[in-house]
Ligand binder design. Structure first.
Ligand SMILES: Nc1ncnc2c1ncn2[C@@H]1O[C@H](COP(=O)(O)OP(=O)(O)O)[C@@H](O)[C@H]1O
Ligand SMILES: [Mg+2]
Length: 195
């Protein structure tokens, strides 16, 4: 069907932004269980790189508090949540930003879809923390509630989490500090986002 949408041809290209920012643009998509450390690591990375890099954080709980508050946690709504975020991340990337996306993104099919939406410069970052460790941390008390049957479709409890079948970088967080884990991602960015 004809939708009468004609995208504007903006004069500034992604490359113009990249030259101005003096670093590559890209999307770093952090996948991992609830409590694995996605938000804590994104927080530290953004703070460390604040002066030298243009960084945007799109975080699960922020997005679900506003933009995507109409969505639930069924597989279908999680997929739609991630699709919208991938579209937003692409827009920021096209304006030369490094976009840190921290979303559980539990299924390989969903990770594949967001990679396809972003197309170029997509980096899957697996924040690898075992369910037992996440449950021990339980920073938001959600595992306790989920075990008590108070949260339906909770990832790792009654909703699946697949090990990523392809990621650009894996960060194992067990027995490490947030700082040390964040530094692994910072090193990756410093190496791969040079121009
Ligand atoms: N090495 C580590 N990396 C990240 N978080 C860690 C680490 N060790 C302990 N933690 C703790 O684990 C919790 C991770 O929570 P959070 O960042 O909110 O996870 P997520 O965003 O993945 O749900 C925090 O309480 C954090 O202090
Ligand atoms: Mg989080």
């Amino acid at each position: 069907m004809e939708n009468n949408i004609v995208q504007h041809n903006f004069d500034l290209s992604e490359n113009d932004y990249v030259k101005k920012h003096a670093h590559q643009s890209g999307v770093l998509w952090l996948t991992g269980l609830s409590g694995s450390g996605k938000s804590s690591i994104a927080n530290f990375v953004a703070k460390e790189l604040f002066e030298k890099y243009q960084i945007m954080i799109l975080d699960g709980d922020d997005v679900r508090s506003g933009l995507n508050k109409d969505l639930s946690f069924t597989d279908e709504d999680r997929t739609e949540n991630l699709r919208r975020v991938a579209e937003v991340a692409s827009l920021f990337r096209q304006k030369g930003m490094i976009v840190l996306c921290s979303f559980i993104s539990p299924l390989n099919e969903q990770r594949k879809k967001v990679r396809e939406i972003v197309k170029d410069k997509f980096h899957l970052v697996y924040i690898n923390t075992s369910l037992a460790e996440c449950e021990k941390r339980d920073p938001k008390g959600l595992y306790e509630k989920a075990r008590a049957g108070k949260i339906p479709n909770f990832t790792g409890i009654d909703s699946p989490f697949e090990e990523p079948n392809h990621s650009e970088i894996i960060i194992n967080t067990a027995n490490k500090s947030i700082e040390d884990c964040a530094k692994e991602l910072i090193n990756y960015i410093e190496k791969n986002f040079k121009i």
